[in-house]
Design a protein around this ligand. Sequence first.
Ligand code: ZN
Length: 245
Amino acid sequence: MINTNTDDFKEEVDSVEEVQSEENISEESGSDSNSESEFGEIELKCPSCSPQDETWHQIIKSGQSPVARCMDCGQINSYRISRPKKKTLKIIVSQMENTTVFQTTFNEEERFFVDDEIIVDDDISGTAYPIVITSLGMKEQKRPAAFAKDLDTIWGRAIDEVTVKIAIQDKDITKSFDQKVPGDFSYIVGQNVKIDGKTYPIVSIKIRGGGFRSKAGETVLAKKIKRVYAKKPHRMYDSGKRENR
Ligand SMILES: [Zn+2]
């Protein structure tokens, strides 16, 4: 290790890395993390005011060649969304003595690891199941890790607690935190999330499978959440003002 910064901030870098890799994906190849929200907001890098980190944009034209307006500086930026290929997998979940079998559709490039905690949605009932992966398989062959395209079945054990990723934006820097909560725990846009004893108002919530909730009062269960976005409040304004936007 030559770069001492990397060591000093290892913990932060580990968690921030994922945010950045999402940025890369969304800029270059597109992914579900880049899906347009029904409320017309998307996170993109802004060449004018935020070339390194994604910032919120208001979508002003969707479709083939979409454009969005940076909500920080007002510049209009074009962007690309490519739709990844999908694959439907069989999910076999054991909970106590019971076994539930259902199917879930993933992006082909989504990668799974044994012992990872994931949340899967039943394509048919729409129910979300937090599970720990106990085994991954293609035909009869088991693997410790694999992409969705190389799998046909995921075996898992149902769990009640889920890990919710929280991105806290503080001016130009976004840090990511993990929070362990029961799957039915509610996160509410406009209300505070508490991290290390500090509170941050929730600005929006990214739903698993695409879409955002960004109106004050909108509630999402932890097991349905892909990421919670909160902002370090600016001292000049109280958080109540932000909710009214
Ligand atoms: Zn901008």
